[in-house]
Each structure stands twice: as structure tokens, then as C-alpha cells.
Ligand binder design. Structure first.
Ligand code: ADP
Ligand code: ZN
Length: 207
């Protein structure tokens, strides 16, 4: 199965992906995670995208599309995937169409006020990418990942100035994809508000 997760930053796409990966056995391909890994490893790609990402703007389409093409060509991507954070623009969706046919696009709906609250309290493991929230799901030991012992930190783009930019960017560049996929008949919309297991239940019912 080839699934896309669509929705504003902080909609819970990453958290839901973690749950879905366990249950569906599909690889989780997150462009944000791929960029963060490149930054951490100081690759040429990482150096190129670091400041763009921190500001909350989008990485240029050519760069992003090339990276996704390479990732989808890996052997583990043959059986299907959950693509999280891609496409984020119409040209990216057009490029994806040429690579693979998507079975379903899951659109997570969450109001802005909730998104802002979630992002400003979100923390992430620098080593394995596990997502925490200081209010609703903190790690057992402050600053330390339960899963791998890595450092749990605040992403640069989860700081206030960048959150606003990301929401604006989402509205202008990514939200038009809801209609685009709607017209293709593959879109399902899910209420993304609630605790992750509850949201997962809504998702599972539609699969
Ligand atoms: P979130 O969904 O919380 O905004 P992501 O981890 O998906 O976070 O993305 C973080 C950042 O990575 C984006 O703000 C953007 O700079 C970059 N990025 C991720 N995916 C894409 C994409 N498909 N196109 C362009 N930039 C992207
Ligand atoms: Zn970890």
C-alpha cells in the first residue's frame, strides 16, 4: 500500500506514522527526517538546507524531488510506504505521479490554535527521531529518549517565529493539494484532534 499523509505542521503525521509503521509494516519515509539526518551528518545536502529549514520555508522542489526519487528507489520501498511531508507543493505532486501511483491520501485536519500549541511543546530525539511532547507525552527522564537514550531537543523550526512561517507556507503552498488529490478520488480526511491512539483508530477504520 502506498499512502500519503497530508496536513499542517504539527497535525500529528509523524506520530501517526510511528504507530502505522508498527501495525502495517510499511517503511515510513519522512522528507523532514531525511533532511534532518543530512544536516546531522553534515552532507552537502544538509549544508544546503540547514538555514532554509530553520526559517520554516520549503526546500526547493528540485532538491526535494531528487532526494525522494532516490529514497523510493531503495529495495524496502517496493512493497509500499507511508510518505510523510511529501508532496508539499503541486510540482512535487506532479513529480510523484510520474514515480508511483498513490493508493490513498490521508488528510489530517487540525485547527491552527492546536497546531501552534503542539509545536511549541514538541520535542524530538536527535538520534532516532522519536517524537515527544513536554505536556502530553514527555520522555521518562527529561531530555533523554526512552527508546534509544539519545538527546531529546527542540527543533529549530519549532521556535515561535518559524512556526508562523510554516503555517503560512502550508496554507499557500501545500493546502491546495487537498483539492488536487480530492479531484483524483484518493483523498480521505481525518479529524487529527485527540490522543494519538484515538486518531489512529479513526485512520485504521478507513484503511
Ligand atoms: P512538519 O510537518 O512538522 O512541518 P517536517 O519534518 O515534515 O515537519 O518538515 C520540516 C521542514 O523540512 C519543512 O519546514 C521544510 O523546510 C523541509 N521539508 C520537509 N519536506 C519538504 C518538502 N516536501 N518540500 C520542501 N521542504 C520540505
Ligand atoms: Zn531516540
Amino acid at each position: 500500500m502506498k499512502l500519503l499523509f497530508l496536513g499542517p505542521p504539527g497535525a500529528g503525521k509523524g506520530t501517526l506514522s510511528d504507530l502505522a509503521v508498527e501495525k502495517l509494516g510499511l517503511p515510513h519515509i519522512s522528507t523532514g527526517d531525511l533532511f534532518r539526518a543530512a544536516i546531522k551528518n553534515e552532507t552537502p545536502l544538509g549544508l544546503k538546507v540547514k538555514s532554509i529549514m530553520a526559517s520554516g520555508a520549503l526546500v526547493p522542489d528540485e532538491v526535494t524531488i531528487e532526494m525522494v526519487k532516490e529514497r523510493l528507489a531503495q529495495p524496502d520501498a517496493k512493497k509500499g510506504w507511508i510518505l510523510d511531508g511529501f508532496p508539499r507543493t503541486i510540482p512535487q505532486a506532479e513529480a510523484l505521479e510520474k514515480i508511483a501511483a498513490v493508493d490513498r491520501v490521508v488528510n489530517f485536519e487540525v485547527a491552527d490554535a492546536i497546531v501552534i500549541g503542539r509545536l511549541s511543546t514538541r520535542r524530538v530525539c536527535r538520534a532516532c527521531g522519536k517524537i515527544y511532547n513536554v505536556k502530553s507525552s514527555p520522555p521518562k527522564k527529561e531530555g533523554v529518549c526512552d527508546a534509544c537514550g539519545g538527546e531529546v531537543y527542540t527543533r529549530d523550526d519549532d521556535k515561535e517565529e518559524s512556526i508562523k512561517t510554516r503555517l503560512d507556507t502550508y496554507r499557500k503552498q501545500t493546502a491546495p493539494l487537498i483539492d488536487w488529490y480530492g479531484k483524483k478520488g484518493v483523498l480521505v480526511t481525518i479529524d487529527g484532534v485527540g490522543d494519538p491512539n484515538e486518531v489512529y483508530g479513526r485512520f485504521a477504520k478507513l484503511m
